[in-house]
Design a protein. Structure first.
Ligand SMILES: [Fe+2]
Length: 374
């Protein structure tokens, strides 16, 4: 495409988003599948906030009077519903109420008496039960076929939630890229909640990241069974004493007094990396000394398009998992490297009481790294 047309297209997209605030195209018609069920192209999608709190997002026709219907798995007689509320653009959201973490639920979107295909929602796991979570990063523009294949592999694993370590898309102001992202991740997003970490490519003036994932801030934390996950926003400078730094201090203190067993950190930029970008100096100098005061199991990042697991550095293992579909890049071996791979992959972390296990799985479903983290 000639450069002038590319620039004009980009300007048009920016103007469209700036004027309307819209990232998705509004659709006013309900599409039904062969069995008369509502077909929702890019949704519903689940976002994890806390035990018993999962927000269900859905792209719905404008002015929809839709409900989220949910019932205990295998017990449709327990069916309840909550209305979807308009959130932003064509995105609506609903929060199922009074979920019991010892139970599994089945949900569906209902509009004018018609239901969507049902999908599972699991609000939590009682402490003591074994569970896993998945992590993927850097799915942004490049190889959507690889992204799809990885999603297909991830859906084969039972997991409580999955963390995306950022760079969902290449250009956060391009509606087509978000549309593609949601289309590809839909099978996983409807099966388990997403935990979104902001990458440098996901940030825009109109706050698309926070709007799409229902977050007020790009830094937050949550608890699940016996673990706490701390999400750091590395797309902005962090200085000792600033708002985010104080939040991290407060949450780390909360973890220390909570009695929980494991603490994980998710942040887009890697504090330690043998990839083409190298160590993130800001995180290494400002955040790492703070994390080292606490018993962090692992810091999980993206940004580098490769895989790397370090030896414990002052007690913390650093994992780069940026092989979600972006063009792969080389990775060196540093003095701190335990394992480095140039591979499309995701990781699976399994918590069994006080033990933590890691598996790194490539695009063909093959385990390419395995370690006991605790
Ligand atoms: Fe990045």
């Amino acid at each position: 495409m000639p450069r002038s047309i590319k620039i004009l297209t980009l300007l048009f997209c920016l103007l469209f988003v700036a004027c309307t605030g819209r990232i998705f195209n509004k659709t006013n018609d309900l599409t039904l599948d062969d069995e008369g069920r509502i077909e929702l192209e890019k949704s519903p999608y689940q976002c994890y906030f806390a035990p018993e709190k999962i927000i269900i997002g859905a792209e719905l026709p404008e002015g929809s009077s839709a409900s989220l219907v949910y019932w205990e798995e295998g017990h449709p007689e327990t069916s309840r519903s909550v209305p979807f509320k308009e959130h932003w653009d064509s995105i609506y959201h609903a929060v199922p109420e009074e979920l019991d973490i010892s139970k599994s639920y089945t949900c569906a979107v209902e509009i004018d008496g018609k239901k969507s295909r049902s999908f599972p929602v699991n609000p939590g796991t009682p402490p003591g039960d074994e569970f896993s979570f998945l992590v993927i990063g850097d799915t942004r523009a490049g190889n959507s076929l690889a992204h799809k294949k990885l999603m297909n592999e991830m859906t084969k694993h039972a997991a409580a939630f999955y963390i995306h370590t950022g760079d969902f898309v290449h250009d956060a102001t391009d509606p087509d890229q978000w549309n593609e992202f949601f289309e590809i991740e839909r099978p996983l997003l409807s099966k388990m909640p997403n935990v979104a970490v902001a990458g440098n490519h996901d940030i825009s003036d109109i706050g698309i990241y926070t709007r799409l994932f229902f977050r007020e801030e790009r830094f937050y934390s949550f608890d699940y069974a016996n673990i706490m996950v701390l999400v750091i926003d590395s797309t902005v400078p962090i200085e000792k004493g600033d708002r985010q730094y104080r939040f991290l201090e407060k949450e780390l203190e909360r973890y220390e007094s909570s009695g929980m067993d494991h603490l994980f950190v998710a942040v887009h930029h890697p504090p330690f990396s043998s990839g083409s970008h190298g160590d993130d100096t800001m995180l290494k100098e400002t955040v790492v000394p703070l994390l080292e005061k606490y018993s962090v199991v692992a810091v999980m990042s993206g940004h580098e398009h490769n895989y790397e697991r370090t030896k414990p550095i002052n007690g913390i293992v650093y994992i780069v998992t940026g092989g979600g579909g972006s063009p792969l890049r080389p990775v060196d071996i540093s003095s701190f490297t335990e394992k480095a791979l140039i591979a499309l992959h995701f990781i699976k972390v399994t918590i069994r009481g006080e033990s933590v296990f890691l598996k790194t799985i490539d695009i063909n479903g093959k385990v390419v790294d395995e370690a006991r983290l605790r």
